[in-house]
Design a protein around this ligand. Sequence first.
Ligand SMILES: [Zn+2]
Ligand SMILES: [Zn+2]
Length: 148
Amino acid sequence: MGASVEVGPNGRILALSAAWFGDGARRRAEARRTARCVECDRALPSHRTPYCSRKCQWRFHGHYFWDSARSYVMLRDRYTCRLCGSRRRARELDVDHIVEIADGGAALEYSNLQTVCRGCHRAKTAAARSARAARGRGGPDADPMDPF
Ligand SMILES: [Zn+2]
Ligand SMILES: [Zn+2]
């Protein structure tokens, strides 16, 4: 899903996804034709829209676009930091890659995204950065004597 999306550091989409206009357009047209939600397959009241709800709209867009993935993940997590449990307004929250993109985490995979508050996000990002730096200085991943 979304393999052709071009993603920069922090999950920002660099270019509009070709997949959105190809695969995405085809799936939305099919959903309107069959009157079933493109995301959850629930029956739709009309053929006007391919989504049963705002939530499914964000969720579907989020397979292709970072901003929508962000909106959906905050809604899913009930605007609550998954690290310290504090509930905040959307503009005081970030959406974080559980496994950072620099460490091979998927940019637009919901299972790799979580809602975090600013303070927790800063702390986690700093910890990941120093862990990467430690590996770069010859941690277990960079041991020259390790044949693997
Ligand atoms: Zn739906
Ligand atoms: Zn927090």
